[in-house]
Write a new protein. Structure first.
Length: 216
């Protein structure tokens, strides 16, 4: 069986991309000034579905301007190393890892589908040393930096799973956000984390009568 997991807010207790970009910005006065200058515009854009890709690309470009592909990968590896050494404000959620490990032990195939860049998600998940596949946002070079190519969010997550050979249905889906409603609706057993009565009401309003809330 196939178990699909979101990463940020589901497996992790925060936003990996935002922390990675901020760490890169802090290392350079020019990047930091540029990030702070555009943040009042770019950050609200990231919060809105229709402008999210553009807002994210602005911040991503500032953080990666001048990097080759090899340097980009090295930056993700460096961040993952700092993460593994607990030198950044990010951690795996114990209950989430327990759920993931349960699927691995049962012989299920586990796929992490995330809006984070694939290179960053892959670097972070390598620190787990678990048997999981990773699908994320692809990046492309642009004007001397890197920007989002295909943003892996909402319905695009289902498309990414189909293109990777996983079909249109799966046994389990775990996420913290109803932005992932398409992958929840395609699951036999959808789970929304950050549980409680409010989460249960969100599932009910979304028409997910087979869904459940998990208190992660």
């Amino acid at each position: 069986m196939l178990a699909v997991f979101d990463m940020d807010g589901t497996l992790l207790n925060g936003d990996s991309t935002a922390l990675w970009l901020w760490e890169r910005a802090k290392r350079s006065p020019l990047r930091l000034m540029a990030t702070l200058a555009v943040a009042p515009v770019a950050v609200p854009m990231v919060a809105l579905p229709f402008t999210r890709r553009t807002g994210a690309s602005i911040l991503l470009w500032i953080a990666t301007a001048g990097l080759s592909e090899q340097q980009l990968m090295a930056s993700c590896d460096d961040f993952a190393r700092a993460f593994a050494q607990k030198r950044c404000g990010l951690a795996w959620k114990p209950q989430a890892l327990a759920a993931l490990d349960g699927h691995v032990a049962a012989g299920d195939r586990v796929v992490v589908v995330t809006a984070a860049p694939t290179c960053l998600a892959s670097a972070l998940l390598r620190t787990l040393d678990r048997r999981v596949d990773v699908l994320g946002t692809s990046l492309k070079p642009g004007l001397g930096g890197w920007i989002a190519n295909i943003h892996c969010r909402n319905q695009r997550k289902c498309q990414a799973l189909a293109e990777a050979g996983h079909g249109a249905r799966w046994a389990y889906a775990y996420t913290d956000s109803l932005d992932d409603l398409p992958i929840l609706r395609a699951a036999d057993k959808p789970v929304i984390v950050k549980g409680g009565k409010a989460a249960e009401r969100r599932l009910f309003r979304a028409g997910l009568m087979n869904g459940r809330a998990a208190a992660w």
